[in-house]
Design a binder for this molecule. Sequence first.
Ligand SMILES: Nc1nc2c([nH]c(=O)n2[C@H]2C[C@H](O)[C@@H](COP(=O)(O)OP(=O)(O)OP(=O)(O)O)O2)c(=O)[nH]1
Ligand SMILES: [Mg+2]
Length: 133
Amino acid sequence: MKKHINVVAAVIHNEHKEILCALRSPVMALPNLWEFPGGKIEEGESHETALIREIQEELNIQIEVGENVEDTYFEYEDFTIQLTSYFASINSGEMKATEHAELRWVTIDKLIDLEWAPADIPSVLTIKNLQNI
Ligand SMILES: Nc1nc2c([nH]c(=O)n2[C@H]2C[C@H](O)[C@@H](COP(=O)(O)OP(=O)(O)OP(=O)(O)O)O2)c(=O)[nH]1
Ligand SMILES: [Mg+2]
């Protein structure tokens, strides 16, 4: 049976209604694909706690976690994933990519032009269909 992972991801937005997109590096799983920053939920963690921890680790910033965006099950070739994405805003900290190859603020209408990790497509489409963020 394929390994299953539970992952939380942050759809971080700024005052210009842009979304923070992160490029997975060549040495990561799913290399060179765009994602919403985040990672695997550790045992005993709530989604919110896991997401705050992951974003602190990966981007060096503190976030406030908001509404759920999507909850997606996806089957990759060698593992399955439950990807739960949440809107988030930056509370404090100076952003610095500690793992990703690139961070980019992208307007909502341009999100779909990036080459996303396949499990992220439902989140991207949901964001596009929402007016009020
Ligand atoms: N963080 C994140 N991972 C995603 C997304 N979409 C997607 O398919 N994934 C996959 C890629 C990885 O195989 C897995 C999560 O991995 P990760 O590399 O972020 O995990 P992590 O931060 O806990 O890192 P590590 O400790 O395992 O190195 O989920 C997404 O939008 N964000
Ligand atoms: Mg990660």
